[in-house]
Design a protein around this ligand. Sequence first.
Ligand code: ZN
Length: 499
Amino acid sequence: MFSKAVYPALEELKEPLTWQQLNILQNQLQSEEPNPSPQTQFNYAWGLIKSDSHKNQQQGVDILLQLYKAEISMKREVLYYLSLGSFKLGDYSDAKRYVEMLLKIEPGNAQAQQLLKDIDDKVTTDGLIGIGIAGGVLAVGIGLIGTCIAKTVLRTFNDLRINSGKPTIRSNGVKEWTVLASVVAIVGEQIHPITLATGVKVLPNSVRSYSRGMIVHDMHAEILALRLFNFFILEECTKKDSFWVKQLEGKFRFLETAQLALFVTEPPCGDLSMKNLSALLASNEPWLNETNSPSIIHRGRNNFGDLGVVRTKPGRSDSLISYSKSCSDKLCLRQLTGICNATTASIFEKIFIRYLVVNNVDDEDFHRCFIERFQNATNFQKLILLKYDHDEYKYHKCNGREPSPVSLLYVVPNNHVQVLNNGVKSGSNVKNKPPKMGTESLVCNRNFIKMLSQIQRIPHNSYLEFKRSNVNRERLKDVGKKTLQNWWPTDDDDFPLYT
Ligand SMILES: [Zn+2]
């Protein structure tokens, strides 16, 4: 039905086949079951992509993805059509990615060059995304959004004047580094950083035995920025006229016109950053798993040759184990569950992150970590990768720098700042002992429950009982964990709700 030598242009996407034509292609496919030829599958996929139904388009792209893996001889045309299919689905970042992959194989392919240009032009001239920069309003293509977001977040971070919480130069002259992450809302043409958080630490699993909901175990910046976002929306629930949160038929809803992005200054730990990590190591010999941990657990960076697997947070190999999952894995799961935690999920409609804004990430790694691992899952909200230039972050990891022990939490719209150390307010940690009342963080589970109880009564005796009562969420988490495999659980951190 088409010649391999002449690829269709973007315009042809608008011309759906009649249902009779699509039926012919489908009948052909069925007549060849169980092993339809690649060409028949390809023809049907293209017919589906041209249709007006989103479901058909997605099915078409899925068929092409299978072909991409199975049929090396068709790689080039499959990439071209994957680009068209992604464009039709509105996934412009993937549309660009596929045609760029094709151009890597075939730099002189004039049709692919034209398609890339057409995609860029469309995205820009149709004003698919418009964003204001520094007072002026400028419609920009998707490629520039990442830069706008990075600039806004870093300006907000640099403008924050505080006595402690940012990396410092220690008395012995050693400089500190940390990771900064931010949840950003894109509303119309404005970028609003909602939360900013820094941090690179995680506490050992053993802390859970005495934490009683008062200690924050995972202090990696991305996870703290998301926790802080949950704090923010709970606080907004108590306001009469919140711009961000509305109550509708019993449930709360985050501003519908907002798209959320997660900005991070380093690739999230775990699967997404494995290649970046192995490139930095002098020796590429895979490290072996230690014999004292169950072999099913990929601890931190061990066996870094294994890709697409769930990992725990990285840490020194002689440190006490934390079963806390890597940021890559946690973010991946949130494509299914959304970013509400147990507390906010009980009163909020689902909220998803749309863009991950980060540099030094390979497109293929991103695809493996976030899309391929979930390819058999239904109804997951695909993250879109955005990169940025103009990196003005001053505290990147580099030789001679030591990791900052503290985490900074900053809720931008409400101007809350808190500094964490060892999972509690800085200065109040008592080693190997439960924290004292009043020293817990804004973003610990105990405080979340306290805030929720000011909004509505919680008819449960313990935190775990409350958490497990949200059957749908628990089921969805189970599906996600089973899909990702080897999701080794952390110990429980329970506490009574009414004492
Ligand atoms: Zn991390």
